[in-house]
Design a protein around this ligand. Structure first.
Ligand code: UT7
Length: 349
């Protein structure tokens, strides 16, 4: 069995910088509230018509492929993680396959929101380990700005999210001690409706009746998307922020310790922790709980906001570009979010 290593990494963020003050034009919010509660100063928004989740993924992927010293035609398999796909279906994987003029390879889309990239990485790792594929492209990309409620009603969610993409190329490692040491995936569907976008969907109020959505049978009707749903902001993400926060600060340290324990390592062995950039306060809490120094954690939510499936590869790429990761370093990736799902990966660079 080969373990898999990251042979190339890339990121892409749109050029349009949106500050906290910019958001005050649309909703009742302010820079102090956003920075105090989340650490975010600014985020990037994709061009409304000239950029999509896929095109941003393509930009990041092209860099990762080039840095791996291969071409798009060498890629054997695509795993694309996003919650903001270009189409309801088909997924972004096939659009990326087309855009990069790849061979007729398999393309898999992963729907695990904030932990999507770590899940995607884990899937790709298994295909490398079995020897089935040699070059796998793993992408996390989001165009949140197209689907947020920019009125005051949606401010607790909309100020947090930003757009961007990150990608890696996975290849077989030279030896067992290098590359991905282990991945750890979890879910708890009990809290599925706490952080979710309910519509459009096929549930017809099945899960949400008397819970969060308040539609009568007649209102829901047989429609995929009704005027009532739009009037009730059901086409925008819903989040019970405090409930997510409480769970995140428990599950992040738990899944990181699970990874370390499985490899007979301790927090002191971590060169750098790349936590999903959900909220700077969550990352700081996790850092404190694990007794990590500032130089052992990479945060960039201040500049990009929460980019969901893209946040881990963007932060990993940036940390690597900043020279914070060298060969032989122990890197820990961890994420928690909608589902709930949470996951970690431990890598020897
Ligand atoms: O990556 C996916 C996973 N997501 C997360 O991990 C998010 C976890 N949760 C959080 O990060 C935090 O809960 C938030 C940043 C979303 C919210 O912070 P909070 O400290 O939990 O605030 P809150 O939701 O309890 O709201 C406090 C107050 C409310 O006003 P009242 O009821 O006290 O008068 C909100 O209406 O802040 C108000 N508020 C805002 N004020 C200004 C909510 N959003 C805003 C806003 N600007 N954008």
């Amino acid at each position: 069995m080969f373990s898999s290593k990251i042979a190339g990494i890339g990121m892409y963020v749109p050029s349009n910088v949106v500050t906290n003050n910019d958001l005050t034009r649309y909703m009742d919010t302010n820079d102090a509230w956003i920075q105090e509660r989340t650490g975010i100063k600014e985020r990037r928004y994709a061009h409304r018509t000239k950029e999509t989740t896929t095109t941003m993924g393509v930009e990041a992927a092209a860099i990762a492929i080039e840095r791996a010293g291969i071409t798009p035609q060498d890629i054997d398999f695509i795993v694309f993680a996003t919650l903001s796909p270009d189409y309801y279906f088909p997924g972004c994987g096939v659009l990326l396959q087309r855009a990069l003029k790849m061979r007729e390879i398999g393309a898999l889309d992963v729907r695990n929101q904030c932990s999507g990239f770590v899940y995607a990485l884990s899937v790709a790792d298994q295909f490398i380990k079995t020897g089935m594929y040699k070059n796998i492209l793993v992408v996390g990309s989001e165009k949140h700005s197209f689907g947020l409620d920019f009125s005051t009603r949606g401010r607790n969610v909309s100020v947090i999210f930003g757009d961007g993409a990150g990608a890696v190329v996975l290849q077989p490692a030279a030896n067992e001690a290098q590359g991905i040491l282990s991945t750890h995936l979890h879910s708890d569907g009990e809290s599925a409706e706490i952080l979710a976008m309910y519509n459009p969907g096929t549930h017809a109020n099945y899960w949400t009746a008397n819970k969060v959505a308040d539609f009568t049978e007649a209102e829901v009707g047989e429609m995929f998307m009704s005027k009532e749903m739009i009037d009730n902001a059901q086409n925008f993400p819903y989040m019970d922020g405090p409930a997510v926060f409480k769970k995140a600060v428990v599950k992040f340290p738990e899944v990181i310790m699970e990874a370390l324990t499985a490899n007979n390592l301790t927090p002191a062995d971590i060169k750098i922790l790349i936590p999903h950039q959900a909220n700077l306060r969550i990352a700081q809490f996790v850092q404190q709980k694990l007794g990590l120094r500032d130089d052992q954690v990479h945060n960039n939510i201040q500049h990009y906001g929460n980019t969901t499936a893209a946040s881990v590869p963007i932060a990993l790429c940036e940390a690597w570009q900043d020279g914070k990761i060298k060969e032989g370093d122990l890197v820990c990736l961890a994420a928690f979010g909608s589902g709930f799902t949470w996951a970690s990966a431990l890598l020897r660079w």
